[in-house]
Design a protein around this ligand. Structure first.
Ligand SMILES: Nc1ncnc2c1ncn2[C@@H]1O[C@H](COP(=O)(O)OP(=O)(O)OP(=O)(O)O)[C@@H](O)[C@H]1O
Ligand SMILES: [Mg+2]
Length: 254
């Protein structure tokens, strides 16, 4: 099912747009959004961070599950998200595994959406380990199994490493969300589809025009919905000044 979802987006930018839309929507109202490349334990990762409202454990659970969305317009700020699928389809289009770190005023939570984990444990259904800490650092006793799953199957093998990612949100604001995606999708020639080395201040999409159209032909057609979101994100990116030099804009090189 996760593999199926990731084929909603043939164009990687529309997958990223899903994450930007979520941060912009009226339930989150992030003022800033960062897109970055980072290497963790030798693996290329994409990280996305916002200084929005963050999520309680219950909301994080809904985020990692399919088909829940209860967004409402606030004044004239109409939500882009309505289907309850964007995060799953977007993140799983970019890579095989994703971890979400989120902070509200009262709690800090971590959730894992990982195809590698599901394959490793031969899961018959989608399982999403979730951990919640109070802001004083105490984790809940019933989270022991989730903690073990996250430490075994994510890039972070100690609680200390998890806390350092939660602390990173503090640089963005008192509340917010940080998403790290790894095992990034590769092109037909085996390189990551993003080129992180070409430009110090930017992330380029590596695939050549002919390669992209070959990949497009091999995948299911993109829905109108993805294209709509994509158009919105272009606007949002220029509003947020995330273009070249602005800290992680995207440029198509072909
Ligand atoms: N960055 C974020 N900060 C806080 N909450 C978030 C964030 N991203 C997602 N969420 C929560 O997770 C839920 C699921 O997100 P998802 O993108 O999968 O669906 P949606 O935005 O509700 O609908 P759509 O499929 O149309 O995008 C959202 O409704 C929102 O409550
Ligand atoms: Mg969404």
């Amino acid at each position: 099912m996760l593999t199926l979802k990731c084929n909603y987006h043939t164009w990687p930018f529309s997958a990223i747009a899903e994450l930007i839309d979520n941060a912009y929507d009226p339930d989150v109202r992030a003022k800033q959004f960062w897109v970055d490349w980072t290497r963790i334990k030798g693996l290329d990762c994409l990280s996305f961070m916002d200084n929005g409202e963050g999520m309680t454990r219950a909301r994080l659970y809904k985020m990692l599950s399919f088909g829940y969305s209860d967004k409402k317009a606030v004044k004239d700020h109409v939500p882009v998200g309505i289907y309850g699928n964007g995060f799953k389809s977007g993140s799983m289009r970019l890579g095989k595994d994703a971890i979400v770190f989120t902070k509200t005023r009262d709690s800090m939570s971590i959730g894992l959406l990982s195809q590698s984990y599901l394959q490793a444990v031969k899961a018959q259904q989608i399982m999403v380990p979730i951990l919640t800490f109070r802001r004083d650092g105490q984790n809940l006793a019933e989270d022991a199994a989730s903690l073990e799953a996250i430490l075994t199957h994510s890039l972070f093998s100690t609680e200390k490493e998890l806390f350092s990612e939660l602390r990173a949100i503090g640089a963005a604001g008192p509340t917010g969300t940080r998403i790290i995606v790894w095992k990034l999708r590769t092109t037909l020639s085996g390189e990551t589809e993003f080129d992180f080395a070409a430009d110090k201040y930017d992330i380029h999409i590596r695939a050549s025009g002919s390669e992209r159209s070959r990949e497009r032909r091999a995948m299911s057609p993109e829905s109108d919905w993805s294209l709509r979101v994509s158009a919105h994100a272009w606007r949002c990116l220029s509003d947020c000044n995330l273009g070249p030099g602005g800290g992680g804009g995207f440029v198509c090189t072909s």
